[in-house]
Design a binder for this molecule. Sequence first.
Ligand code: RB5
Length: 142
Amino acid sequence: MKISIGADHGGFELKAELISFLKNSGHSVIDHGTNSADSVDYPDYAKSVAHDILEKRADFGVLICGSGIGISIAANRFAGIRAALVTRKEYAILSRQHNNANIIALGGRFTTVEEAKEYLTLFLSTPFEGGRHEKRVCKIDE
Ligand code: RB5
């Protein structure tokens, strides 16, 4: 799959780990930065990844800031984006099964590398259930 990824200074270290993990798992990655601890603004990275999804350059997105909160709020301002802040395994699964999430948001300061890899693996491998969830997801963008 094609994965678009972006992070602010609170998430760039976890981003580097996840890029290696994704590439080693056979995915291709579009990396929007940032790549240092210099302070940047998370909405800029949310916007780049959201555009990759909406313009079909990527199948899924990964966004990381310190808590995952700001960058998920910013991404969800774009119609058609369903960014899920994932802090436990069940959320990775349910965000795909029930919400057809197209971006996983993570908190770089509160998520270990191993947790993040597990959440990401579950997120990318879990299909949307459709059915009763389809009309609910459609209503989000109405
Ligand atoms: C940056 O210090 C921090 O505010 C940001 O990464 C994020 O946690 C915001 O929601």
